[in-house]
Write a protein of this length. Structure first.
Ligand code: NBG
Length: 832
């Protein structure tokens, strides 16, 4: 063999500084095709990523082979979103070669930060739901669980947000523009997916009624695989994303008509399916293309899962023992009808057997109770796009309602609530009901949310199937959200308690006793200050605003949504601004209000709130009478990469949703783990965070979910009265409504003021305002005492161990999936 190939072969595996450096140079020339003088930062990023990828391939194949040889039960996480962010530092860190890579780059005269910053942020998700999927991938791989992610390889991720004149403007996010070094295209892994057409009835070989779906349009789903590197590099799992490809089966009739171009155009259009991620967070728009995306990736994934299963089995009764399919929200719920179709129509199973297998294979996670987010596709649309599935859904429904009718004894209202079809107005398929019925387990994402599921949307189903609903409180991966994002704090932690916490976050509890250690507190503060300086520099770069590193960094980062109540925070900001102006001689604790988050492009109110924050910032930041004691910044284009800079620098974490409306939250966990104190309502996982960090170490305010429910039910809430009795609230609202922040358009904020007053203040911003201000004051008072503040901050970090996604994933594995770790056999020494 050519000596050069042989040397590359060895180089590929080496993890020391020299080996890395040599392989960077080799890759730069032979794969990126540049020499060192001409290489840009992006070229270096591609070079380093390809060299790192080399070092995982052997282990990846070992992992896959081990699963195959053991015929291990796999879990398949079906999700329309995977918000993975950048992968370079993540891969290096999980392989344990961050320092080696830094030194190798150093020897080449390059800075690691520059190379890392050249990687685009893979934003294949909107918010918490997509990021949760990414954290689960990390946790499954890090614990050796045979887990696959299945989703869509969107060409355009979540839009890039810019502010123009203070307004949000959306730009396409072209993360694939310069290629993606992490993925492996698999042109041979290709499945047909059908749409439209009609259903034909016929008699099968034994004379039974059977159905086939004919005259349909076809698209091909092509696989792209990304290795998911587990911590320690032992297990490398797979994220398989589907891309739409046109089929080549042209209708030759067109050619004879001379309509060749038309036929080709039609084909090209079918590739639009995987073009763009829908930018809605927790709201559905009911667009046909979205339904097609859901079916496209679900069908391809199921075909792939069955193919893998059939490598070892010739009948289907063992499917539930070999495959667990988790539905991340209802987006892939059509998979229940699709698996029935595959089993009954294509593999000729009896309906009842197929149904039993289906139900035992699927499980469903609900992520929101907001009515506008519960998917309900018009029957007419499903009939047209997926005619056979509509029949199957009807059949599932009929069998279920018939069985239930006997018990329900004439309770027709209940039967119509249980039905898969919503008959009120235009008939629609309730995807949540389908997901519930077709799954053996259904879970919520925090204790409160799961309770509310039982009491509200799934109350009737819970009565029918009392063992089906269970809770799996969300978690976050400590690898990305502490080790990588916060090197200052994680190094400090490791020097004190060792590095066991990285793979077993419960060990971080050993920090509890350090809260009383004055030296440790000093070091903890130093780490926070370092992160705050880093954020201050980022703020200056992004907004031109200078902020005081010693001010409270009061942070609200999340999607813009009325229920998340950025408005409550803005009103407090204005009230504080007024107080500071009124009392210039008081020595104020300086405050920096940091906001970041995108609004769905069609959500006008959320976009108006963005404009308001920018307008308030303009006034406050340039008013000399507050002496720089108050700054407001809204950082553009919040994404995973921005979160990694903002979160470690936060002092105060805003988790202020209307109680009962945030299913869990996961940003709340990231911030508390990084030593921010939470100011929040008793909503979602905040309830459990309070239990873990202790009521003394969190600022809880506002109404509870029960109180919210009662108040809304009573119909007696009058925001006008509340406003009239609270002068500081009234003054803040008056300023907004009279144009104090919008002198160029005094009526600009009329819709906001309207919603908070005559509109009835659905999100109870005014109702919680006074108590929120009380909690804010308490936080500011505490901040005057750095020792006490730091003590509580340390206790937050130390008590957040339970919120690791390793714990969450283990609960799923044990209580829903019944999957177990597989130790890959790496025959050979070291990394192969
Ligand atoms: C979101 C909830 C969050 C939750 C994440 C992850 C949707 C539909 N739901 O509260 O709003 O943390 O899911 O579970 O995006």
């Amino acid at each position: 063999m050519d000596a050069r190939f042989k040397s590359r072969d060895i180089e590929r595996r080496s993890l020391d500084v020299d080996g890395l450096k040599r392989s960077f140079l080799e890759w730069l020339v032979y794969s990126v095709g540049k020499d060192a003088r001409a290489a840009t930062r992006r070229d270096w990023f591609h070079t380093v990523a390809l060299a790192v990828r080399d070092r995982v391939v052997d282990r990846w194949m070992d992992t896959t082979r081990s699963y195959y040889h053991e015929d291990a039960k796999r879990v398949y996480y079906l999700s329309l979103e995977f918000l993975i962010g950048r992968l370079l530092t993540n891969s290096l860190s999980n392989l344990g070669i961050v320092d080696e890579c830094r030194q190798a780059l150093d020897r080449l005269g390059l800075s690691m930060e520059d190379v890392v910053d050249a990687e685009p942020d893979a934003a294949l998700g909107n918010g918490g739901l997509g990021r949760l999927a990414a954290c689960f991938l990390d946790s499954m791989a890090s614990q050796g669980l045979p887990g696959y992610g299945y989703g869509i390889r969107y060409e355009f991720g979540l839009f890039e947000q810019r502010f123009e004149n203070g307004w949000q403007v959306e730009y396409p996010e072209q993360w694939l523009q310069f290629g993606n070094p992490w993925e492996f295209a698999r042109p041979e892994v290709l499945y047909p997916v059908q749409f439209y057409g009609r259903v034909e009835e016929f008699r099968d070989s034994v004379g039974e009624r059977a159905y086939r779906w004919v005259d349909a349009d076809r698209v091909l789903a092509m696989a792209y695989d990304t290795p998911v590197v587990g911590f320690g590099g032992e297990t490398i799992n797979t994220l398989r994303l589907w891309s739409a490809r046109a089929t080549r089966d042209f209708n030759f009739g067109h050619f004879n008509d001379g309509a060749y171009m038309k036929a080709v155009e039609q084909k090209i259009l079918s590739e639009n399916l995987s073009r763009v991620l829908y930018p809605n967070d927790a709201t559905e728009t009911g667009k046909e293309l979205r339904l097609k995306q859901e079916y496209f990736f679900t069908s391809a994934s199921l075909q792939d899962i069955l193919r893998r299963y059939l490598q070892h089995h010739s009948t289907f009764e063992n499917l539930p023992n070999k495959a667990a399919i988790q539905l991340n929200d209802t987006h892939p719920a059509i998979g229940i009808a699709e698996l029935m179709r595959l089993l009954v129509d294509q593999h000729a199973l009896r309906w009842d057997d197929a149904w039993e297998i289906t139900r035992a294979t699927f499980a469903y996670t609900n992520h929101t109770l907001l009515p506008e987010a519960l998917e309900a596709w018009p029957v007419r649309m499903i009939e047209r796009v997926l005619p056979r599935h509509m029949q199957i859904i009807y059949e599932i429904n009929a069998k279920f309602l018939n069985r239930t009718k006997a018990k329900a004894a004439g309770d027709n209202a209940k039967l119509s609530r249980l039905s898969l079809i919503d008959e009120r107005g235009e008939r629609r398929v309730r995807m949540g009901n389908l997901a519930f019925l077709g799954s053996h387990k259904v879970n919520g994402v925090s204790a409160l949310h799961t309770d509310l599921m039982k009491q509200t949307v799934f109350a009737d189903f819970h009565e029918e199937f009392p063992d089906r609903i269970n809770n799996k409180t969300n978690g976050i991966t400590p690898r990305r959200w502490l080790k990588q994002a916060n090197p200052a704090l994680s190094e400090l932690i490791t020097t004190r308690i060792g590095e066991g916490w990285i793979s077993d976050l419960s060990q971080i509890a050993a920090l509890r006793e350090k809260a009383d250690d004055v030296v440790f507190r000093e070091e903890f503060r130093r780490a926070k200050r370092k992160n705050k300086k880093r954020l201050a520099a980022y703020i200056a770069r992004q907004t031109g605003e200078e902020v005081l590193v010693d001010s409270i960094f009061d942070v609200q980062v999340k999607r813009m949504h009325e229920y998340k109540r950025q408005l409550l925070n803005v009103l407090h900001t204005i009230a504080l601004y007024n107080e500071m102006r009124d009392n210039p001689t008081v020595s104020w604790v300086p405050v920096t209000k940091v906001f970041a988050g995108k609004a769905a492009p069609s959500y006008h109110m959320a976009k108006l709130i963005i404009k308001l924050i920018n307008d308030v910032a303009k006034v406050v930041n340039h008013d000399p009478s507050v002496h720089d004691n108050l700054k407001v910044v809204l950082l553009p284009n919040y994404n995973v990469t921005a979160a990694e800079i903002i979160i470690p620098a936060a002092d105060l974490s805003e988790q202020i949703s209307t109680a009962g409306m945030e299913a869990s939250g996961t940003g709340n966990m990231k911030l508390a783990l990084n030593g921010a104190l939470t100011i929040g309502t008793l909503d979602g996982a905040n309830v459990e965070i309070r239990e873990h960090v202790g009521a003394d170490n969190i600022f809880i305010f506002g109404m509870t979910a029960d109180e919210v429910n009662d108040l809304r039910a009573s119909g007696g809430f009058n925001p006008r009265e509340v406003i009239a009795s609270n002068p500081s609230l009234k003054r803040a609202l008056d300023m907004i409504s009279t144009g104090a922040f919008s002198p160029d358009d005094r009526n600009r904020y009329h819709p906001i003021v309207q919603a908070l007053t005559d509109g009835g203040d659905h999100f109870l911003v005014t109702a919680d305002f006074a108590d929120y201000c009380r909690a804010q004051d308490a936080a500011m008072q505490l901040y005057r005492d750095p020792e006490e503040w730091t003590r509580k901050a340390i206790l937050n970090t130390a008590n957040m161990g339970w919120f690791s996604s390793d714990r969450t994933v283990n609960e799923y594995a044990g209580e829903i999936w019944d999957v177990h770790p597989v130790k890959p056999s790496h025959d050979g020494e070291g990394f192969r």
